[in-house]
Design a protein. Structure first.
Length: 146
């Protein structure tokens, strides 16, 4: 796997967690808006065969929460793996640039300002860091911090 693909996994997992959290929040809000129906004056002969809509929504919500826990676990594992690999880079500037770009999701101008470098220099270091990380990933050495 190439370095950029390796690093983009973290961004993809972070987005997946965020979207799943939004979906859960929307569904929970919908559930809170549901109101019961008074059946005091109505004689009920039979329940719905496949369960009430509310029950289906609650079951779906629980399924989403289980998936969210799995996504968060995968995100934590991916983040740990990426940080371990970044710590294998010989140049601390490479490590900082890739950490800020992919783990913290900062833009190049923000990275440049926080490190006190020009944007051009940060882009150059990013390119060199990606090449250095490609070499580390090609070696397929075990994680040093596993």
């Amino acid at each position: 796997m190439k370095a950029k693909e390796f690093l983009k996994r973290l961004q993809n997992l972070t987005a997946a967690v965020k979207y799943r959290q939004q979906e859960i929040a929307t569904l929970e809000e919908s559930l809170h808006e549901l109101h019961g129906i008074g059946y005091d004056d109505v004689k009920v002969q039979q329940s719905r065969k496949y369960g009430a809509g509310f029950e289906d929504m609650v079951a779906y919500l629980e399924k989403l929460k289980d998936e969210l826990h799995s996504d968060i676990s995968a995100l934590a594992h991916c983040r740990h793996e990426i940080i371990c690999r970044l710590n294998q880079l010989n140049n601390p500037v490479y490590t900082q640039v890739l950490y800020l770009k992919y783990v913290k999701s900062d833009e190049f101008d923000t990275i440049a300002a926080s490190l006190g470098y020009s944007v051009g220099y940060v882009r150059e270091m990013h390119s060199k860091a990606i090449k250095a990380l490609d070499k580390i990933l090609a070696e397929k050495a075990p994680l040093p911090c596993a």
